[in-house]
Design a protein around this ligand. Structure first.
Ligand SMILES: [Zn+2]
Ligand SMILES: [Zn+2]
Ligand SMILES: [Zn+2]
Length: 429
């Protein structure tokens, strides 16, 4: 019997595998793993030598054209490295002239007619970064019943509110009614406040299948009706974003610092989402006097529910007696929790932003911020103060993406100034 298969060693001296002669013929004497590694290396080398830098913005100075390119899907090609434009989308949208804005609106509506869903991105950025009035576009969307993105309605007028209220009368599916009510909450102007008050007094016909009362949708727009039926905001109009890097001296906010006090559920040390220097003039909009406040959380446990802390204006934050441990938090074993590696450095950017800056998760920005509207990933959730029962005020949020390479989800911080209680919550996709 001479059919024993002959095997020869792999040509790579550092490899101890043997291969069939037939394999050797195909691979030049290497085992498959070595062969593949060589091929990959050659490919990498080839890409490195032949990669071109492509500047799609070369020779273009028209901001509208630049923005169009920014929104464009760039074809993936390993041999092409696209050069980023030196300004951000936010910066570009801010410098648009009236004429530029009109051209971009027309461009968005052209995309819309051609079923290219990029239209929504362009309009969203116009509304949130430029404060553009897009009533004419909204009329088309309402006509077509394309009422999906409530943030587009932020700057809408009474006329648009009226059209939406009219639409409610002919809708009976919960999803459509839901979208229309959230959009009205986003508009949140006098007309909307008026109609929400009416619905509070007399429950309307369309609300029979809803899970919450129509007027309670206002929280989706960051406000509620107070006892006099007036609009009361649950967020601050002013806001500040962040930049990456080491904080300059006198930066008013410290993000994500470990505290001495512990979480009474899991035993880990509390983390301050942010500690805010109340002496700093930029932070006066919070309306708090004192030294500093710290809004603290347990970065592990707040995923299970709100965590309340008793705070003062000397920067102290202590576990509140109002915390009730959720049943499904089943362990106190600290070893079970992997310590996260928050290695990215961030600091507060001193440029004032509008309330809409970073107010929608589909905007192209960093989401960690102080003030402004929260960026909800799920439904709007303003915790109620456990002491006085009022909705708490949104102070700021920290996106884990800004702290660590593969971080996800956002921590939200709230306060009740009257009761000196803070709360934190968490949402993720
Ligand atoms: Zn080998
Ligand atoms: Zn905990
Ligand atoms: Zn309270």
């Amino acid at each position: 019997m001479d059919n024993e298969v002959k095997r020869i060693p792999c040509k790579n001296e550092n490899c101890n595998k043997t291969i069939l002669e037939a394999t050797a013929k195909k691979t030049g004497g290497y085992c498959y793993p070595c062969y593949n590694a060589i091929q990959a290396k050659e490919r990498e080398e080839y890409i490195r030598k032949n990669r071109r830098h492509v500047d799609l913005y070369e020779g273009i100075s028209d901001p509208v054209e630049i923005i169009k390119i920014m929104h464009m899907d760039k074809k993936y090609d390993p041999l092409i490295k696209y050069i980023n434009y030196p300004k951000t989308k936010e910066e570009m949208y801010k410098i648009l002239s009236k004429d530029d804005v009109d051209r971009l609106k027309n461009y968005a509506m052209e995309l819309y007619k051609n079923d290219n869903d990029k239209w929504e991105q362009v309009l969203l950025h116009l509304v949130c970064f430029n404060g553009t009035d897009i009533d004419d576009c909204l009329k088309v969307l309402i006509d077509d019943c394309k009422i999906y993105e409530p943030s587009l309605f932020k700057n809408a007028s009474d006329d648009i509110a009226e059209l939406l209220i009219e639409k409610l009368k002919c809708k009976d599916d919960r999803v459509s009614i839901n979208h229309i009510l959230i959009s009205l909450a986003m508009i949140g102007n006098d007309r909307v406040v008026e109609v929400f008050n009416e619905w509070k007094k007399n429950e309307p016909e369309f609300s029979k299948n809803l899970y919450v009362k129509p007027y309670e949708y206002s929280v989706e727009g960051g406000w509620k009706l107070d006892s006099q039926g007036k609009r009361k905001n649950l967020y601050y109009k002013k806001s500040y974003g962040i930049k990456e890097g080491i904080a300059p001296k006198d930066n008013p906010v410290k993000f994500f610092e470990k505290q001495n006090k512990k979480c009474e559920w899991c035993g880990r040390k509390l983390t301050s989402l942010f500690t805010i220097d109340l002496h700093n003039k930029d932070m006066q909009f919070l309306g708090l006097t004192g030294d500093k406040i710290s809004i603290s959380t347990c970065d592990n446990c707040t995923c299970y529910g709100y965590i309340y802390t008793d705070i003062d204006t000397n920067g102290n934050a202590a576990w509140s007696k109002y915390n009730f441990e959720p049943e499904y938090l089943d362990t106190h074993d600290e070893d079970k929790f992997e310590e996260s590696n928050y290695d990215k450095k961030i600091y507060l950017d001193s440029n004032v932003k509008s309330e809409d800056y970073a107010a929608n998760q589909f905007l192209d920005v960093k989401f960690t911020k102080i003030g402004g509207m929260p960026t909800w990933i799920q439904d709007a959730e303003y915790p109620k103060c456990p002491k006085c029962g009022e909705e708490m005020m949104f102070v700021g949020q920290v996106s884990r993406e800004d702290l660590e390479e593969y971080g996800e989800g956002t921590y939200y911080g709230f306060i009740c100034k009257e009761c000196k209680i803070a709360a934190t919550g968490y949402q993720q996709t």
